[in-house]
Design a protein around this ligand. Structure first.
Ligand SMILES: [Zn+2]
Length: 519
């Protein structure tokens, strides 16, 4: 094993997909996996195959079609999980089984109700079974950061004896401080010399905001694989943000003196794709990929203060793939220009989708002189994330709004709800409010609108409106949806209806497949 290389293990599709409000369809997971391969991550954790049919299907399709990275599936330490996991990853060029069991006292006693010896025994059996299928086996003692150091070492020793090739030390609940976590990794190297023959990995959560710092501290103490997610998404406060880990190692190579195998120029695009498919928007000041991360650029160009660039810039925007350019698509740019742009952005589209996108871009170009890159991307996202027919239990048939000065905006909306036509009227503080109120009267009884966010994609009064919303059902489950349209009222109505459809489909799925968890 090359000791100067840090392996990047992406779990956006497994841990990241467990983010509250994020839920990805199989084709969306495939699009992200292809982009991750293009980014050049070493391992893709594609899902938790036992969790649901959808998870299994996604892992299996990624294993069949995504080349380059190791394709990994997660399995608890039991034969059913491991068998199912192997079935899903087995077609991959480089398959990996990742199995885990909780080792902290609190998890052992409250969750597993097993003695320390029983847990070691289960870990041994799990690794042994996984190894009988697959050479590449990763083992994690879940909640390792809150496990007593010596017991953690015992479990790791047992897993290596059974053939584990990667040992992952997770800070499952994001409890560690950087120097403490680094010390834990150093202790492992001191007490279990056989870890030198395997890859030591870390998986840090961000509950105290330390996920990236803890990962880097682990690297300084010998860890050579970092697990994390694009944009730092994941359970609760999320996982270590991979773009931050990667750019720390690259920008401060002078300090770490370690290599990573990724193409950093794909970071920005990966970030955008994950954000748009999960509906989890980035804070503007997010390091590396936030809208403001390189914002001084624009000001500099405007004011011609070129000399200040080096004064404030530790990374070049183009190094993370931040183009900032606005390749303009005009009325006469054809299908090929649009396709080339979308291909570059990591979209995988069928010919029908391309036809729909090109038609929309042309219609927009007829109305506003120039269609910018961001417009095309927004349209493509909208069309590629349309729900399938069977997922559309509620469809918008038509709506009209009357508004004017001195009158209360009034809307009438006609919906097709599971094959039955319904009409309702609503009033509100503004036209969007009126339309939403009419929709709620027909289908909204079970949901609350938690969040409404409107963004004009490129400037001007004829800009495309990009609406994202969040709904919450009575059980507190959240659903996000996003829609793009030239008309802000229509974009809003479409987003709300998409959210309701997502909620209905997912409630049905949850009824069939109860909750799962992970490390
Ligand atoms: Zn996790």
């Amino acid at each position: 094993m090359n000791n100067d290389r840090v392996l990047i293990f992406d779990t956006t599709l497994r841990d990241g997909e467990q983010s509250p409000g994020a839920s990805l369809k199989v084709n969306e997971k495939l699009a992200i996996a292809h982009q991750l391969a293009r980014l050049g991550v070493d391992v893709i954790e594609a899902g938790f195959p036992i969790a649901s049919e959808g998870d299994f299907e996604a892992v299996s399709q990624i294993a069949k079609s995504v080349k380059g990275p190791v394709i990994c599936g997660l399995a608890r330490a039991n034969p059913r999980d491991i068998d199912r996991c192997w079935e899903a990853v087995q077609p991959a060029e480089k398959p990996r089984i990742h199995t885990f069991i909780a080792t902290s006292k609190v998890h052992r006693e409250e969750k597993l109700r097993k003695s320390p010896e029983e847990v070691i025994d289960l870990a041994r059996k799990a690794v042994r079974l996984a190894k009988s299928y697959c050479d590449d086996v990763e083992f994690s003692p879940e909640d390792a950061a809150r496990t007593s150091l010596d017991y953690m070492c015992d479990v790791v020793r047992a897993a290596i004896a059974e053939g584990a090739t990667t040992i992952n030390i997770p800070d499952t609940v994001g409890y560690s401080e950087p120097s403490e976590f680094g010390g834990r990794i150093r202790y492992l190297f001191d007490k279990v010399p056989e870890v030198r023959k395997v890859v030591v990995s870390v998986h840090c959560h961000n509950d105290l905001g330390n996920a990236v710092a803890n990962s880097l501290a682990a690297i300084e103490n010998g860890a050579r694989q970092v697990e994390g997610c694009i944009n730092g998404i994941g359970e609760r406060a999320g996982n270590a943000s991979l773009e931050e880990v990667i750019m720390n190692l690259v920008t401060r190579r002078d300090y770490f003196q370690l290599d990573v195998g990724v193409n950093t120029r794909e970071l920005y695009r990966s970030s955008r794709l994950v954000s748009s498919l999960t509906g989890l928007e980035l804070q503007r000041n997010k390091a590396i990929v936030g809208d403001n991360a390189f914002a001084h650029e624009a000001g500099i160009h405007q004011h011609g203060v070129l000399s200040s660039k080096r004064t404030y810039e530790i990374m070049k925007p183009e190094d993370v793939g931040w183009t900032g350019d606005n390749l303009v698509i005009g009325k006469h740019s054809g299908k090929h220009a649009v396709m080339a742009l979308l291909e570059e952005e990591g979209f995988h589209l069928d010919s029908d989708q391309i036809r729909q996108i090109t038609a929309k871009v042309k219609a927009l170009a007829d109305k506003q002189k120039n269609v910018e890159r961001e417009d095309v991307i927004a349209i493509a996202r909208d069309i590629s994330h349309q729900l399938s027919d069977e997922e559309q239990l509620v469809k918008m048939i038509e709506f009209s709004v009357t508004t004017g000065s001195g009158m209360m905006p009034t809307a009438s909306v006609k919906l097709d709800v599971d094959g039955k036509m319904q009409i309702a009227a609503g009033v509100g503080d503004g036209p969007i409010d009126a339309v939403s109120n009419a929709i709620w009267q027909m289908v909204g009884a079970d949901y609350q609108l938690q969040d409404y966010h409107l963004k004009a994609i490129t400037g001007g009064t004829d800009a495309l409106a990009d609406v994202s919303i969040k709904l919450r059902d009575q059980k507190g489950q959240e659903y996000r949806a996003r829609s793009v349209d030239e008309d802000v009222i229509r974009a809003s109505a479409k987003a709300i209806i998409k959210g309701i459809n997502k909620a209905m489909v997912s409630q049905e799925k949850r009824r069939l497949h109860p909750q799962h968890n992970g490390q």
